[in-house]
Write a protein that binds this ligand. Structure first.
Ligand code: GDP
Ligand code: MG
Length: 181
């Protein structure tokens, strides 16, 4: 802690969810402020780093994204180790991606083995809300009801394409992750 009260905290955030829900696009929108229509799942590194201010604290977010391995559920244990928060993403136009959230949660808890699984924070992003309503398969009310039964879960709607809700989602994630730090 510095003399003026400012602090720096380091948090590790894990991104999980079905292939194509928009995990990488959300990260691109947050970090580079842009959306690429055809995103290649090839990343130079295993994680992105971005600083966010939460009050007096600079939160250095280390955010882990997959390079397509989620298709085969072949994420190594280093992917999960030391996580402060897990972000689960689904695509509001694909019902299965919402149904799979519980499996991803279980996979996370199995691999990360946090000391307090009942209280470990999960952050759920409903992505692609820019798409027309008639394509939407998971309604807000269904998601809200699902979240209500899981006290350690947070839920936000976002669009990696338009950018709506993206900065707010990451700021909230930093805030929640910081509470565990
Ligand atoms: P990932 O496999 O979860 O990393 O998903 P990607 O980020 O690679 O995105 C998969 C596809 O969905 C790509 O074609 C993206 O352009 C598209 N996509 C991602 N986010 C959005 C969004 O918010 N809205 C729309 N309309 N398309 C999106
Ligand atoms: Mg990806």
């Amino acid at each position: 802690e510095m003399a003026d009260g400012r602090k720096t905290a380091y948090v590790k955030v894990i991104f999980l969810g079905d292939q194509s829900v928009g995990k990488t696009s959300l990260l691109n929108q947050f970090i580079q402020k842009r959306f690429q229509k055809k995103y290649k799942a090839t990343l130079g590194s295993d994680f992105f780093v971005k600083e966010v201010r939460v009050g007096e604290t600079t939160v250095v977010m280390q955010i882990w994204d997959t390079a397509g391995q989620e298709r085969f559920r072949s994420l190594g244990s280093s992917y999960f180790r030391g996580a402060d928060l897990c972000c689960l993403v689904y695509d509001v136009t694909v019902g299965k991606s919402f149904d799979d959230l519980d499996n991803w949660k279980e996979e996370f808890l199995l691999q990360a083995m946090p000391p307090d699984p009942e209280r470990f924070p999960f952050f759920v992003i409903a992505n692609k809300v820019d798409l027309p309503d008639d394509q939407r398969m998971v309604t807000s009310s269904r998601a809200t009801e699902w979240i209500r039964r899981r006290p350690n879960f947070h839920h936000v709607e976002a669009s990696a394409k338009s950018g709506d809700g993206v900065d707010q989602a990451f700021l909230q994630m930093a805030t929640v992750a910081l509470e565990r730090n």
